[in-house]
Design a protein around this ligand. Structure first.
Ligand code: ADP
Ligand code: MG
Length: 332
């Protein structure tokens, strides 16, 4: 999703004139825009960015790609192409990720289901055409292949298998959050002390700004994309993930259809306009932002409040703001 969250950090100037802020933007990974901003950077900036591109963005983009295969790499597409045919030997990181997806299915009471691929594919086709809404009958037929039980992952042998032809995985709800965790570890491994990354609406913070201030992260007003509805202050190690209905959607007869689908109704959910989750875990933040988007705000708050270190802001369909326990400490 294209930059659901806009930075407002440029408005604050650095205290120390020698503190440079260097920025680099990438456009060709995860179907989104990634912007890295490193404060007080030195001559290593280009080296760090090159390594970031090949060892994080490119690497995980290839593993998680559902549209393309890459020579010598078993990706999600390889698993999908072999549904009902054979199990695939995969990278241990992909094993780890898929197990994480299965766990999150349980934690979100089935609301975030990476095996919903067959249903999501139909919606994507209709969204691209932008004219009609799919029939419930076609969606129900596709949904016969959406059970999470069809995804078999062997942790010891590093294999994955989709048990029936017609099954497919869609990792759009979780992958970017999972990679957000890798981005944070990567920056630490390069000794980066002060940085902020916008990875397609998942914001990753390292340290603070060099003048000691927290980073400012603006949450877009879903009714007016050019303004922020609130501004957050965040520091070291937090991932801020937003799911919204105002970037990827289409309209039929004046009605808006978003890209997040309820596994119960098989239709886009209409309960909320935007959900932001803050957590030290990127995959939790990303998965919960999608799950809470599907739930009503009471159910959503109940789910997120079970976690001691996850915080949510839910903006419901009437643009009313609902805060989880502890979220308000991030308001600027
Ligand atoms: P984005 O990736 O657009 O920032 P999300 O993290 O909320 O937003 O993920 C939305 C994506 O997740 C959709 O584009 C689709 O690929 C996938 N998706 C939609 N509904 C579900 C669902 N109920 N369970 C699992 N994945 C879903
Ligand atoms: Mg998500």
């Amino acid at each position: 999703m294209f930059l659901i969250i806009s930075f407002v950090l440029f408005s604050a100037s650095c205290e120390n004139k020698n503190d440079k802020l260097l920025t680099k933007t990438y456009y060709q990974y995860f179907d989104t825009v990634t912007t890295v901003k490193i404060y007080n950077s030195n001559k290593d900036f280009n080296k760090i960015c090159n390594s970031f591109e090949s060892n994080v963005l490119k690497k995980y983009n290839q593993l998680f790609d559902i549209y393309k295969t890459y020579k010598g790499i078993s990706s999600i597409k390889t698993i999908n192409d072999n549904a009902g045919i054979k199990k695939i030997k995969i990278d241990s990181e992909l094993t780890d990720f898929l197990l994480c997806c299965k766990k999150m299915y349980q934690k979100t009471n089935g609301n975030v289901n990476v095996c919903l691929g067959p249903v999501l594919k139909i919606w994507q086709k209709f969204r691209n055409e932008g004219k009609k809404v799919p029939s419930l009958n076609d969606l129900k037929n596709a949904n016969r292949y959406s059970s999470i039980e069809n995804l078999k992952v062997n942790k010891e042998k590093n294999t994955a298998y989709l048990a029936k032809k017609g099954c497919s995985i869609d990792v759009g709800a979780i992958a970017k959050g999972y990679v957000a965790d890798k981005i944070y570890s990567f920056l630490l491994s390069k000794n980066v002390k002060n940085a902020i990354v916008d990875f397609g609406g998942n914001i990753i913070t390292v340290g603070k700004k060099t003048n000691g201030e927290n980073f400012s992260v603006g949450i877009t007003n879903p009714d007016n994309k050019s303004e922020n509805i609130v501004t957050l202050k965040c520091k070291n190690g937090l991932i801020i993930s937003t799911s919204g209905d105002y970037e990827r959607f289409y309209e039929v007869n004046g009605k808006k259809y978003s890209h997040i689908i309820s596994p119960k109704t098989l239709f886009p959910t209409e309960k909320n306009k935007s959900v932001t989750v803050i957590s030290k875990s990127g995959y939790l933040a990303d998965t919960l932002s999608t799950a809470l988007f599907i739930l009503n705000y009471k159910e959503g708050l109940e789910l997120v409040n079970k976690y001691n270190d996850c915080y949510a802001l839910i903006i419901d369909s009437s643009t009313k703001l609902h805060y989880s326990n502890g979220f308000k400490k991030f308001l600027k």
